[in-house]
Ligand binder design. Structure first.
Ligand SMILES: NC(=O)C1=CN([C@@H]2O[C@H](COP(=O)(O)OP(=O)(O)OC[C@H]3O[C@@H](n4cnc5c(N)ncnc54)[C@H](O)[C@@H]3O)[C@@H](O)[C@H]2O)C=CC1
Ligand SMILES: O=C(CO)COP(=O)(O)O
Length: 332
């Protein structure tokens, strides 16, 4: 049965996921902050700012008025950057019965909240009406309808199955998962690890170095997750290893690319000033570091990335700092 879905945010992932939902047969409305972008999406049936060469279905409509866009939505998909979710959501009237789905991969600065916690607090929405979509889902590849698997997570098994039915297509294979904590922590932390991998690549190091950072990055992510109540298996699944590998190995990743440019010796300000797209790890490294400290969990790679982003060390100093740590058994 066709469902009414509104995607709030028409950047790269919001647009690509709106396409998935349309392909799955849903009636989709896309909210764009800028009226001129909404008008272009409606008249040109493409999003010229993000995917100028990709046709969007005629059935997909855009609107710049958030309340009108969501008015009769059964599902509201949140596709704005993590650090702006609270402020944007506070001004919206989400329909009382709608299921709310987070696409953002970040941890809120200040609170250390995962996105589902922000949604619950700001919207007064129960966990059974909240879902998370995560996994190896580079937006451009999804928009090109390349095959991909993904995870739809909710603490409510019924909601997870509804979300799976909502977005599963022959090109987008959605698996359910009930470990929202693990899925969200994995999605946010892989961006920080991708910054580190990018830095290693930008410094000219090869596959041994990047594979080592990916693997140890996964170990510290799982350590944090387990301390916060996540299921350890989540980290070897699509939300964990899957997304980590996709993000750390693709030139399409904004986080990996940002890290690579840091490795070339560019500054955070220089790189940030050149793109309007969000590399979530640049902000979330500090909130994840904070979560780890509060939980008594060691996250050496996150610590080093946070130091580079804060400007207290250079990317060049990061690898020697990691290599000179005391020797230890692998499982720690
Ligand atoms: N692009 C990708 O491949 C994927 C991205 N994600 C996650 O999805 C989230 C959104 O990412 P993208 O769509 O890629 O980012 P983007 O930078 O392409 O688009 C962000 C959208 O949010 C809007 N926006 C930005 N700041 C805002 C603010 N302060 N208030 C309201 N709207 C604002 C922008 O106008 C734009 O429509 C991020 O958390 C990202 O980590 C997740 C999976 C894949
Ligand atoms: O989350 C992503 C792929 O799953 C996208 O990663 P970037 O935000 O680094 O582009």
């Amino acid at each position: 049965m066709t469902a009414r879905v509104t995607v709030m945010g028409s950047g790269s992932w919001g647009t690509a996921f709106a396409l998935v939902l349309s392909d799955a047969g849903q009636q989709v409305t896309l909210w764009a902050r800028r009226p001129e972008l909404a008008a272009k999406i409606n008249s040109q049936h493409c999003n010229p700012d993000y995917f100028p060469t990709i046709d969007l279905p005629d059935t997909l409509r855009a609107d710049h008025d958030p309340d009108r866009a969501m008015a009769d939505a059964e599902y509201v998909v949140l596709a704005v950057p993590a650090q702006s979710l609270r402020a944007t959501m506070a001004g919206w009237r989400i329909p009382a019965d709608a299921v709310v789905i987070s696409l953002a991969k970040g941890i809120e600065l200040g609170t250390g909240y995962r996105m589902s916690q922000v949604i619950s607090e700001v919207g007064g929405i129960g966990a059974d009406r909240i879902g998370v979509v995560t996994g190896p889902n580079l937006a451009r590849e999804i928009a090109e309808r390349q095959p991909s698997a993904s995870v739809v997570a909710s603490t409510s098994p019924e909601t997870a199955i509804r979300l799976q039915e909502l977005c599963h297509t022959s090109r987008f294979r959605a698996y359910t998962n009930h470990d929202v904590v693990g899925c969200e922590l994995a999605g946010a932390t892989k961006n920080v690890i991708a910054l580190a991998v990018g830095m290693a690549a930008g410094l000219g190091f090869g596959a041994n170095a990047t594979a080592s950072v990916i693997t140890r990055g996964l170990a510290e992510t799982a350590r944090l997750g387990v301390a916060l109540g996540a299921d350890p298996y989540t980290f070897s699944g699509l939300a964990g290893l899957g997304d980590l590998v996709a993000t750390c190995s693709s030139p399409l990743s904004r986080n990996r690319t940002f890290g690579e440019e840091l490795g070339w010796g560019r500054t955070v300000a220089e790189i940030s000033g050149e793109t309007r797209q969000v590399a979530e790890g640049v902000k979330s490294c500090a909130s994840i570091q904070d979560l780890a400290r509060r939980s008594g969990v060691e996250m050496p790679i996150v610590d080093q990335v946070a130091a580079v982003i804060a400007g207290t060390i250079t990317a060049k100093e990061m690898i020697p700092a990691l290599m000179s740590r005391s020797a230890k058994p692998e499982r720690y």
